[in-house]
Write a protein that binds this ligand. Structure first.
Ligand code: CP
Length: 312
């Protein structure tokens, strides 16, 4: 059934995916979620495949979730970090990827600080490329697990109001979520200080507000983002404590939220900055559910990309 809607070899971003492809992948993830609910279950769907996790930026959730996903599908997976690779000796990304392919990789999962790095590799080498985050451009597996989690808790997303609050300017998570959520019929509001949420985002189809009250009232879910200091060369607000006072989510602002508004965060959390612990750990928080769902979603990504590749 899935092959009718899925013919992609690589997963580069949600901007160029259509609604049917997204739903196909989420449905596959739902099947895998049932398998994962039986502790210790392993499938042999990718037995004999060799997957390389090439992470040029730090990661906990994404890297480990791809490892667990690959192992649950019986694939071999090897993780490489930039600091321990020959990139530190001046080798180019292209040469690194060509060498990994020559070593027998059947798919490469890549995280890199440069926007377009996954697309570049997909044009350079033959095996499926999975984008695990390319600069501030896209983080498709994160957005897919966010959307999976939202659908699990809200049902169909048509007409649902999702607010994404924080450092939108430097966020690949915000961009991928915008593309995916809109294709599933949700309304997306980007909120935060004007320096981090320029009005120009309206041209991409998001509503934009710099008013926290307006951002939170009527939202079905609010997704917090951390300040991405690693991508900012200058400060975009006077001080972190001022940011927290105006745009941080604490029990004071919780009063603005409707009773059923859900809280999400892609992680890592900076407790006491964009969200305080009371809300990060409260019953309406889906933060750890997002992480768990990330395994089923990445199983679906690996399975669909690697098996559609076989058929070509
Ligand atoms: N959300 C996310 O990408 O987390 P990691 O950086 O830990 O992978």
């Amino acid at each position: 059934m899935e092959m009718k809607s899925w013919s992609r070899k690589s997963l580069l971003g949600l901007e160029d995916m259509n609604r049917e492809e997204i739903i196909c992948l989420l449905d596959k993830a739902k099947e895998f979620q049932k398998v994962l609910s039986q502790k210790g279950s392993v499938l042999d769907l990718l037995k004999g495949k060799r997957i390389i996790n090439l992470f040029m930026e730090p990661s906990t959730r994404t890297r480990v979730a791809f490892e667990v996903a690959a192992k649950t599908l019986s694939a071999d997976i090897i993780s490489i970090a930039e600091s321990s690779s020959s990139l530190t000796k001046g080798e180019t990304l292209r040469d690194t990827a060509l060498n990994i392919q020559a070593l027998g990789a059947d798919a490469i999962v890549i995280r890199h600080s440069s926007p377009g790095s996954a697309l570049f590799l997909s044009k350079t080498i033959d095996v499926p490329i999975i984008n695990a985050g390319d600069g501030a451009h896209e983080h498709p597996s994160q957005a897919l697990l966010d959307i999976f989690t939202l659908r699990e808790n809200l049902g169909a997303l048509d007409g649902k109001k999702i607010t994404i609050l924080g450092d939108i300017l430097f966020s690949r998570v915000a961009r991928s979520n915008l593309w995916g959520l809109k294709k599933l019929g949700a309304s997306v509001t980007f909120a935060g200080p004007s320096t981090l949420v320029p009005e120009g985002f309206e041209k991409l189809g998001a509503k934009v507000t710099h008013n926290l009250h307006r951002a939170l009232e009527n939202a079905d879910a609010v997704m917090l983002l951390r300040i991405q200091h690693e991508r900012q060369s200058s400060s975009h607000f006077p001080s972190l404590s001022e940011y927290t006072k105006i745009f941080g989510l604490s029990s004071n602002q919780e009063k603005i939220l409707a009773n059923k508004t859900l809280i999400l965060h892609p992680g890592p959390i900076n407790r006491g900055v964009e969200i305080d612990s009371t809300l990060a750990d409260c019953s309406r928080s889906l933060i750890l559910e997002q992480v768990s769902n990330g395994v089923a979603v990445r199983m679906a990504i690996l399975y669909l990309c690697c098996t559609s590749f076989d058929k070509k």
